[in-house]
Design a protein around this ligand. Structure first.
Ligand SMILES: [Fe+2]
Length: 329
């Protein structure tokens, strides 16, 4: 059962004629659309600046050309298509007993327009399994601007092909735009735009909260969303690990993110060359701990920039939540 807990709307005080409530989603969408169209990047501690993509695109093209010249492009492409599904067990002291064994399918960074047919590979890997919940932590497309219809059609194939008892929860990444929210909700994904929902089992509660992307589109609304974590055992969905300290301080128990692709193109031993993180670079991949909070940085399902991987692997994760108390009985 899902109990929706939308952010409060601002209603005029008495003494004034009641006017239309200010909708937090609409405020967010206006601001997000403005940032997207102006190519603005906002960071938690870094202010606001115009992003010029030419240098980055040129570097990506040069790297692609170099890979083809030295005959490594095909190998990198094959590596990128070898996506695996991995089960991860996560133990918690204070997990509500009714959620012991709760399974969370975690897909992130599929970049569905980056590799033809990747949506079919995702469905194939999940075939024959049923999950308690499916969470999506952003970057559904590769392009930063432009049409979304083809990507949304691919995403709908994924949603239709996966069995999830509590349905689908999602957040946006830095490659996604605000126009994706409506079609994603129409296909059955409950989008958490600085919002949270509560799942209940008997008298036990588990809260899942989600923020907008904080890598390009940080606003203080993401911190407000984290404040709900104090009330329950809470899972935070954030596109990147860059909000780790605020989430731990807010009392989040589990932080699920992606964005880094585990480095995507790494040196032998999985040493990343680029992490695409402004903060929290030590959380580039895998399971980690920060103060009382557990975190998982997913290596990403797809690829960004060039559809190749070296010394990393695309993945789909299934997190199994376990109660330490139940295990000791
Ligand atoms: Fe990203």
């Amino acid at each position: 059962m899902v109990v929706s807990t939308q952010l409060p709307v601002a209603v005029p005080r008495s003494g004034f004629l009641p006017g239309p409530a200010i909708n937090a989603r609409q405020m967010w969408a206006n601001n997000r659309f403005w940032m997207e169209t102006q190519n603005l990047v906002t960071k938690r501690y870094g202010g606001k600046r115009k992003q010029h993509w030419y240098a980055l695109l040129l570097a990506v093209k040069a790297f692609e050309w170099g890979l083809k010249r030295c005959g490594q492009y095909e190998r990198g492409w094959r590596n990128a298509t070898r996506i695996v599904l991995r089960d991860v067990e996560l133990r918690f002291d204070r997990l509500p007993r009714a959620f012991d064994g709760f399974s969370v399918l975690h897909i992130t960074d599929p970049h569905l327009d980056g590799q033809p047919g990747i949506e079919d590979r995702i469905v194939e890997l999940c075939r024959g399994r049923e999950f308690d919940l499916c969470v999506l932590t952003g970057d559904y497309r590769t392009e930063l601007h432009g049409p979304i219809r083809a990507v949304m059609a691919s995403l709908e194939k994924v949603v239709r092909g996966i069995r999830s008892k509590e349905g689908f929860l999602g957040v946006l990444g830095n490659h996604d735009d605000c126009h994706m929210v409506a079609p994603m909700e129409e296909m059955g994904i409950r989008m958490l735009i600085n919002e949270s929902v509560v799942l209940t089992r008997g008298g036990d509660r588990l809260r899942v909260l989600g923020t907008d992307d904080v890598h390009y589109y940080y606003t203080d609304q993401s911190l407000h969303a984290l404040e709900a974590a104090r009330d329950d055992f809470s899972i935070a969905l954030v596109h990147s690990p860059e909000l780790f300290d605020a989430a731990a301080e807010a009392g989040v128990a589990l932080y699920l993110c992606g964005h880094t692709h585990g480095g995507q193109v790494c040196l032998p031993g999985g040493i990343p060359i680029i992490t695409h993180l402004n903060r929290g670079r030590r959380f580039v991949r895998g399971v980690w701990q920060h103060q009382g909070m557990r975190g998982v940085t997913h290596c990403g399902t797809g690829t960004s920039g060039i559809p190749v991987r070296f010394n990393t692997r695309g993945e789909i994760l299934v997190h199994h939540l376990r109660s330490k108390a139940a295990a000791q009985k």
